[in-house]
Design a protein around this ligand. Structure first.
Ligand SMILES: Nc1ncnc2c1ncn2[C@@H]1O[C@H](COP(=O)(O)OP(=O)(O)OP(=O)(O)O)[C@@H](O)[C@H]1O
Ligand SMILES: [Mg+2]
Length: 350
């Protein structure tokens, strides 16, 4: 609307110039005005015309910018996830809860548990991705003991990844709860909860930044620990080959690394996280022998004292688990020793 007005303005300026020209010419002929004063009148009209036009163009831009701010404001006023607060250093007018300064400092040092592993209790868990979407997890009930190594199997779409999302509380539950080491959301801070789970997905999550940043974004770990983690996953030689060492730049999604290197780097990060629970979600698409091998090494060596949840598509990977959970259309079909679950699953689906 303002843009249209600015167009109108330039038309008005043109009309004014025309009228002034005609009238000025008549007056000049009659000897009432000098050529100079007509010139001044012209200049004045053009100048004021342009500045008025500029004013309205600026108004148009301002209007546009304000809708951006409005959207941002709407976004900032959205309710926070339950169990989360905003950083103490930030001041918002949105009335969101913020941490007290000492509370925030404590939180950085805290861990959900001091033990190397934690138990998980899933109680009557119902999950759907949206109000009008069907349930994808339908009343899950099971417990995983601290240090247990649990495999999850199920046909595609049975809810394996959805369970992992639920574990991280990426979606609100319709009903039920998940307790880690006996604590649910509401008992502890959500960030503590999430920090206690390390996720190894088959699409390694690397971002543009240095190796150091990809391993330890807050930059709170000593360099020796980073080197130690890289050595354990076997990336020392790789690092030595790069002159910038820990400052070597990793491209977006780790494009400048091989698939194996990407996985190992993510593995090193998970080692540094020292989470009591480690989740490995293997995608169907990428079951190459190399990732398989890394996965097996991870479960046997790197994370052997942790609670492990392994989603694998090769049944051979799951033979060494303590128990296997068979998910079928969002429900637990069987949860028992591998020898009791895998053959039944195999005869049902292959
Ligand atoms: N973000 C989402 N929004 C809506 N529906 C989803 C979303 N993610 C998954 N679903 C649905 O939830 C159901 C379970 O999906 P899920 O990803 O948990 O399956 P999965 O067992 O991990 O399968 P796969 O073996 O192929 O990885 C599917 O029907 C899927 O369409
Ligand atoms: Mg999945």
């Amino acid at each position: 609307a303002v843009m249209g007005f600015s167009m109108q303005m330039s038309a008005t300026t043109g009309l004014l110039l025309l009228i002034t020209g005609v009238v000025g010419y008549k007056l000049l002929q009659l000897g009432y005005v000098s050529v100079g004063s007509i010139g001044v009148a012209f200049t004045f009209i053009v100048l004021s015309g342009t500045s008025i036009q500029m004013f309205f163009e600026w108004l148009a831009q301002f209007e546009e910018a304000m809708t951006g701010i409005e959207r941002l404001d709407n976004y900032l006023r959205r309710p926070l996830e339950t169990g989360l607060k905003l950083p103490h250093s930030r001041q918002f007018v949105t009335n969101h809860p913020t941490y007290a300064s000492n509370e925030e400092a404590d939180l950085k040092r805290q861990a959900l548990t001091q033990k190397p592993s934690a138990g998980i209790d899933v109680v009557d868990l119902w999950l759907k991705y949206g109000e009008d979407l069907p349930f994808v997890l339908k009343g899950l009930n099971f417990s995983i003991k601290p240090g247990e190594k649990v495999g999850i199997i199920g046909r595609t779409g049975s809810g394996k990844t959805s369970f992992v999302q639920a574990l991280f509380r990426l979606y609100p539950f319709a009903e039920g709860k998940i307790l880690i080491d006996g604590k649910g959301a509401g008992d502890v801070d959500l960030s503590l909860f999430r920090r206690s789970i390390a996720l190894i997905s088959q699409e390694p999550t690397l971002f543009r930044g240095t190796v150091r940043e990809n391993l330890d974004l807050p930059g709170r770990l000593p360099e020796a620990r980073l080197h130690d983690a890289l050595a354990r996953v076997g990336l020392t030689e790789w690092l030595e080959a790069h002159p910038l060492k820990l400052e070597t730049v990793v491209e977006e999604r780790g494009r400048n690394l091989s698939a194996g290197e990407r996985q190992l780097l993510c593995m090193a990060r998970c080692l540094l996280q020292e989470a009591p629970i480690v989740v490995m979600d293997e995608a169907t698409s990428s079951v190459d022998p190399q990732s398989e091998e890394i996965m097996v090494r991870a479960t046997r060596e790197f994370f052997k004292d942790r609670t492990q949840i392994i989603i694998a598509h090769r049944l051979s990977t799951l033979e060494h688990c303590d128990r296997v959970l068979w998910l079928d259309q969002g429900q637990v079909r069987l949860f028992d020793r591998p020898a009791a679950v895998l053959p039944v699953f195999q005869s049902t689906h292959l």
